[in-house]
Design a protein around this ligand. Structure first.
Ligand SMILES: [Zn+2]
Length: 130
């Protein structure tokens, strides 16, 4: 069970993000629609995160590593990551989620380092571009 939240850098994430066991969870609110996003990431806005936490768990079935981020990964990303970790502890059910990570420097850091940004409007993002 994942109790501790660790950080992962963009350069560590880049080669991992295509692996089938990893889900990237964007918890930004409206910024996602105009700033672009990491290809293949799921969107669970921080404002409604708690209400949709069961949907999220369904959505990431088969993934053992979840990577959270917001714009800077300073407040919303780590908060939602902890909220999920706490929820999993309370659930006492094996969801298969083993690692809960936060992307260091968030989406803004990712984009500032020149890493690929997807600007599709598909929900969910199919993540094929970039
Ligand atoms: Zn996309």
């Amino acid at each position: 069970m994942a109790q501790t939240i660790s950080y992962i850098t963009g350069s560590q994430l880049l080669p991992l993000k295509r692996l089938p066991n990893i889900a990237i969870i964007d918890v930004r609110d409206d910024e996602r629609s105009y700033d672009g996003h990491i290809a293949g990431s799921l969107h669970y806005a921080s404002g409604t995160f708690t209400d949709k936490i069961s949907n999220l768990i369904q959505d990431v079935k088969g993934k053992d590593t979840l990577v959270f981020h917001c714009a800077l990964s300073q407040v919303r990303g780590p908060t939602c990551a902890r909220r999920l970790a706490y929820h999993l502890e309370e659930l006492k059910e094996d969801t298969g989620i083993k690692n809960i990570l936060v992307l260091e420097r968030g989406f803004n850091g990712w984009e500032a380092s020149g890493r690929p940004v997807c600007r599709c409007t598909d929900i969910p993002c199919k993540g094929e571009s970039a």
